[in-house]
Design a protein around this ligand. Structure first.
Ligand code: FAD
Length: 344
């Protein structure tokens, strides 16, 4: 009668070991994905923002990705970049604004930033987050602020690119972008971003190519469900190359599309360079873009090789969500950050 129990007891350590090995394999295989999901959750969690943004080591570490708190610091970074042959796009940090006063304050700050770009004579334009200018208050408010800012920059030819946020904002952002571009006649003074991880992006790029739009292609930085976006990074990467080729097609060029390829991924960059060389597309017909503080040596090399390079330079005090998204993109940043945190 005791036999089955004894057998069970003998198997228990084996089962435990097998589970441990399976858990180890899964953790190794999926650690990056889990970490990314947790970090993307933390990037939006109010309680985490409250805690982490008050830790001085966090602020110091975030400085690696941020030009400073003020317009003057963002302009100074741009001047240094321009001297190295790199243009910039400046971004006043802020997102998920839920009241009209904050959206108006952001608009006023961005208008001051545009004036400073003009006065300093730097080679730069502006990138804005739709939710910073009131998208969550109402799409009309975002439209009004975007129109006012584009009007403000019109005489000085300062362009504005609307960054793309999570998939719930894609249709509204594209709709407002097209209204500003076509009905209000801002043309290539207003631009938009498409994310390669979204299934819908091929159709969006096809339409934007037909319209000769001013588009930045990126992989996508938000937590999206598998019904909406490729869960596997390899699929996003393949789609990125496919969409980049569509943006470099003869039709795209004939329609006046000037593509911006935002990536730090050398595989993406090489694929674009090879496609351009094979199809006689001059390096002046497109630009590469990277984020401030990431892969500076590669930025320098691309400039030396004759490519156009633009760096996205964020500034301001609302650095927390931007910073945590950068941690999510590269878990190695997290280990570096936490070890510094422990050291104090
Ligand atoms: C100019 C610019 C504008 C962007 N605008 C948007 C936008 O509007 N909407 C949006 O959803 N996303 C935006 N992104 C973010 C983008 O979607 C990706 O999340 C981010 O660029 C990482 O993807 P990757 O193409 O660099 O490739 P990955 O495969 O993620 O990275 C390739 C390599 O680049 C390096 N790298 C990448 N990220 C980091 C990092 N954070 N720290 C250190 N090294 C890193 C690493 O060496 C990594 O192995 C933007 C990115 C850039 C460069």
């Amino acid at each position: 009668m005791n036999k089955p129990n004894q057998k069970g007891r003998a198997f228990a350590p084996v089962l435990f070991l097998i589970s441990l090995v399976i858990f180890g394999i899964l953790a190794y295989k999926y650690a990056d994905r889990w970490l990314r999901a947790v970090l993307l959750y933390l990037s939006k969690a109010g309680w985490a923002q409250e805690t982490i943004s008050h830790i001085s080591v966090a602020h110091q570490f975030a400085d690696r990705f941020i030009a400073g708190d003020t317009i003057a610091e963002a302009i100074a970074v741009s001047q240094t970049m321009n001297q190295k042959g790199i243009t910039t796009t400046l971004n006043y940090l802020g997102e998920h604004v839920t009241n009209p006063q904050e959206a108006l304050a952001a608009r006023n700050e961005i208008a001051r930033l545009m004036d400073a770009i003009h006065e300093s004579g730097i080679q730069a334009y502006v990138s804005v987050k739709p939710s910073q200018l009131g998208l969550q208050v109402s799409p009309d408010l975002l439209y009004e602020h975007m129109r006012a800012l584009l009007e403000h920059g019109r005489s000085n030819q300062i362009k504005i690119r609307m960054d793309m946020e999570d998939h719930t904002t894609t249709d509204t952002t594209l709709g407002i972008y097209r209204r500003l571009r076509d009905e209000d006649g801002f043309g290539h003074n207003v631009g938009v971003v498409i994310q390669a991880y979204l299934y819908r992006s091929e159709a969006d790029i096809r339409q934007l190519v037909a319209e000769g739009a001013w588009v930045r292609l990126c992989k996508g930085a938000y937590a999206e469900p598998p019904e909406i976006a490729f869960p596997q990074k390899a699929d996003t990467d393949n789609n990125y190359i496919h969409l980049a080729q569509m943006m470099l097609s003869e039709q795209a060029q004939q329609n006046g599309m000037f593509p911006a390829f935002a990536t730090h991924d050398e595989r993406m960059i090489q694929a674009i360079q090879t496609y351009a060389a094979e199809n006689d597309i001059a390096p002046q017909s497109f630009e590469f873009q990277m984020l401030y503080g990431i892969r500076q040596a590669l930025q320098k090399k691309l400039v030396a090789d004759g490519y156009q390079m633009r760096v996205y330079v964020p500034y301001g005090t609302a650095w927390y969500p931007y910073f945590v998204r950068r941690l999510a993109e590269r878990p190695a940043n997290l280990w570096f950050f936490t070890s510094n945190l422990v050291k104090g």
